[in-house]
Write a protein that binds this ligand. Structure first.
Ligand SMILES: [Ca+2]
Ligand SMILES: [Ca+2]
Length: 454
């Protein structure tokens, strides 16, 4: 159990405020000035056992890669500061920090805690991030509390408690107020190596927030689309706990057009082991076994809190129909559209053809990665020709048939300057042995024409 702090109002208030004043002075060279939080009311206690949320953890013993490195950010901004000037090992000795800055600190004892306090002046999303010490034998956790002035207590605890070598992240939709942050040593410690942390404020954020860790992941099953979500700060991580109900193939797409940003989908198994990544605006087809996965969308560089991305997992279904968009043939017979010799609008081909189309499943959704075979049967000896292709991630396909023998010209059409001789031949589209409904079922197979002006 965590120690409880039962201090009188006077002691709690004065200890906190004097500690803040001292820290502000000690770190004045690197920290922006901030108004000290005003603490009033009764006793300041820590309401919850830090380790109680461990029970809810999946077996997250494997490293979870962090999207960025805070120590590099700290060095780059010149913001790194060792805040351990006084032993801030309880909330009454919490050190004042400000949002937007990066801090370094150390834990020097088994089971140790380090406490920080900050104030926000506007409601919004708070993101607290801990870059832990990269050691398999050290496991630090991160905790966020709101200070309730009415009761003088720390309330609404949020905890991020991944395993060793995983950075911790908490987000919370938070009113303006005073907040306490704590880093606790769950396993081991390193008195000589700093961890780094920061708290950032996001004035605007998407409706799925807070979803910055697996404990607040949205739940999705099989095919889904999320749209309207944004990356609202450089640390924002949007998590989805994803259930696949049977062995299925999915078309995966992370669409992002926010200028100057590069987002990425990261896919983890239920133990948070990495299964791979999907770059933005790429079409990816993947087969997944049934089970639980974790999905995380992050930015690899900048962010944009107003331009949303979308993420789609579309389950593969066998094609049921095709929409033929065009059939190309020799320039002298290819009108660029269907023509009508009197037997209806049909594409006209001669010695070769390329069929372009879109395959759809029974629901009308694009059928991706599906085999497509196109057959025609010419009149001379009923000779059959075929060509094959595979649909793209968007369900489109191109199938070519070359070396088609001449038509016999059993039909004729009296044109204005010539008479055309042609056959009407069947066109069939199959996928995996199943004939598909198509908007074209026959073609004009052009034979020849005789000059015959009217
Ligand atoms: Ca977000
Ligand atoms: Ca998020």
């Amino acid at each position: 159990m965590l120690k409880k702090w039962f201090l009188s109002l006077a002691i709690a208030g004065s200890a906190l405020l004097s500690g803040l004043a001292g820290q502000a002075e000690a770190s004045a060279s690197v920290l922006p000035a901030a108004a000290p939080p005003v603490v009033k009311g009764g006793e300041l206690t820590s309401p919850t056992d830090f380790k109680s949320q461990r029970d809810a953890l999946p077996e997250s013993r494997k490293p979870l890669e962090a999207p960025l490195s805070l120590d590099k950010a700290a060095r780059g901004q010149g913001l790194s500061v060792n805040v351990n000037a006084a032993l801030n090992n309880n909330p009454n000795n919490a050190i004042q920090v400000v949002t937007g800055a990066v801090y370094a600190d150390k834990i020097t004892e088994e089971g140790g805690q380090r406490w920080y306090v900050f104030q926000t002046n506007a409601p919004g999303k708070l993101t607290a991030y801990l870059q832990t010490i990269p050691s398999a034998s050290i496991d630090y956790d991160l905790h966020l509390f709101r200070y309730d002035p009415a009761t003088s207590s720390l309330v609404e605890q949020e905890t991020s408690s991944y395993g060793p070598q995983s950075n911790e992240q908490i987000s919370r939709i938070a009113p303006a107020g005073i907040y306490f942050l704590a880093v606790s040593a769950y396993t081991g410690f390193d008195a000589n190596t700093s961890y780094y942390f920061t708290v950032v404020e996001s004035p605007s954020y998407d409706s799925a927030e807070p979803d910055d860790n697996i404990w607040h992941a949205q739940e999705k099953t099989d095919s889904f689309t999320v749209s309207g979500q944004t990356i609202d700060n450089s640390l924002d991580a949007d998590w989805i706990k994803y259930t696949v109900t049977a062995a299925k193939s999915f078309h995966i797409k992370l669409a992002n057009n926010a200028p100057g940003t590069t987002y990425q989908l990261q896919i983890f198994n239920q133990n948070l082991g990495s299964l791979g990544t999907v770059d933005q605006n790429k079409d990816v087809d993947a087969s997944l076994t049934p089970g639980t996965y974790y999905l995380r969308v992050v930015s690899l560089n900048s962010y944009n809190a107003s331009v949303p991305y979308s993420l789609t997992f579309s389950e593969y279904k066998a094609p049921a129909s095709v929409e033929i968009v065009s059939i190309k043939s020799e320039p002298n017979v290819d009108a660029g559209k269907r023509i009508d010799y009197g037997e209806g609008n049909k594409w006209r081909i001669q010695n070769y053809m390329t069929v372009t189309g879109l395959a759809k499943d029974a629901s009308g959704a694009p059928a991706f990665n599906a085999p497509i075979t196109v057959y025609i049967q010419t009149k001379l000896n009923n000779k059959i020709y075929s060509g094959t292709g595979t649909t793209s991630s968007n369900g489109t396909f191109n199938v070519a048939i070359n070396g088609i023998q001449p038509a016999i010209g059993q039909n004729l059409f009296y044109g204005y300057v010539s008479t055309h001789y042609y056959d009407i031949i069947p066109l069939l589209v199959y996928s995996g042995g199943t004939q598909l409904n198509a908007n074209d079922n026959s073609l004009y197979h052009y034979a020849y024409s005789i000059y015959n002006p009217h």
